[in-house]
Design a protein around this ligand. Structure first.
Ligand SMILES: C[S@@+](CC[C@H](N)C(=O)[O-])C[C@H]1O[C@@H](n2cnc3c(N)ncnc32)[C@H](O)[C@@H]1O
Length: 250
């Protein structure tokens, strides 16, 4: 398949990954389609191969399980030979588990993807993290305090082997007013869902990078907010050889 077909291939993936959410109701289906279409991070993860084939993935704050559905649709497309040549290796035989705080999202994930989906309704601050190859945390850590963010990150590091990867999107608090736009939109979404005003705890990109480096990660970052007014940045952090496993809470 040529690169000219990549756009068509991505559209087909969005359709296939959203389709199961019809079983979870109109909101879940429209939300899945909208999020996959308009949020640049999902296409980026797939085209760049940030989820490697034959790996175990933990998606923290997984919402209604969109990433799991997308990876399943991607594996199916690859098996059928529908994989653009300029995309990285397809995420075949990936095992995804998820942690999500909100019962309603967990129920939607199960309605859409079946009871066999490995998702627990739990708080990332206390949930156990199984040993995996890749941890994904997209737009989640800002809901907890800096100390709690650090404790989660230390436990993520402990769950990963050398060469393991953390893929995390954060808001860059140094990039005002974009960061403030993210905070207000997030608060309005929380309010509309009846969840109160919510918290939005950020730090500058340099501080995120420094914290991850202290934990023994080699870090790359790139803006991940195309088409939005936000200050979102994608961090890809890889456990360096020889990095000590930090004590939990350090
Ligand atoms: C902005 S949404 C992002 C969902 C998903 N990661 C994505 O990118 O589509 C943040 C998610 O994190 C969840 N969340 C917030 N605090 C959490 C916590 N303490 N433990 C687990 N999940 C949490 C929310 O319920 C919500 O589903």
């Amino acid at each position: 398949m040529s690169s000219a077909d990549a756009t068509l291939a991505w559209r087909a993936l969005v359709t296939a990954a959203s389709e199961p959410y019809q079983r979870a109701g109109r909101f879940a289906w429209h939300f899945a389609r909208g999020k996959l279409r308009w949020d640049p991070v999902f296409g980026h993860l797939i085209a760049r191969g940030l989820i490697a084939p034959r790996t175990r993935v933990l998606d923290i704050g997984c919402g209604q399980g969109l990433l799991a559905s997308l990876l399943a649709a991607a594996a199916q497309a690859a098996r059928q030979g529908r994989w653009p040549s300029d995309w990285a290796a397809a995420p075949v035989e990936v095992r995804v588990s998820g942690i999500e705080l909100r019962e309603r999202d967990v129920a939607r994930a199960r309605d859409a993807l079946g009871d066999g989906i490995d998702i627990v309704c739990a708080d990332m601050r206390t949930a156990e993290f199984a040993a995996v190859d890749t941890v994904v945390i997209l737009d989640v850590l800002h809901y907890v305090s800096i100390a709690e963010q650090d404790a989660v990150l230390a436990r993520v590091r402990a769950a990963l082997p050398t060469g393991g990867r953390l893929v995390m999107r954060i808001g860059d608090a140094a990039a005002r007013p974009r960061f403030l736009a993210s905070a207000w939109v997030d608060r309005l979404v929380n309010l509309s869902r009846g969840q109160g005003f919510g918290r939005f705890v950020g730090r500058p990109l340099a501080a995120w990078r420094a914290r991850l480096a202290e934990l023994g990660f080699a870090v790359t970052s790139e803006p991940m907010h195309a088409g939005t007014p936000f200050a979102n940045v994608l961090l890809v952090a890889t456990v360096e050889p020889g990095a000590d496993t930090p004590a939990a809470g350090s």
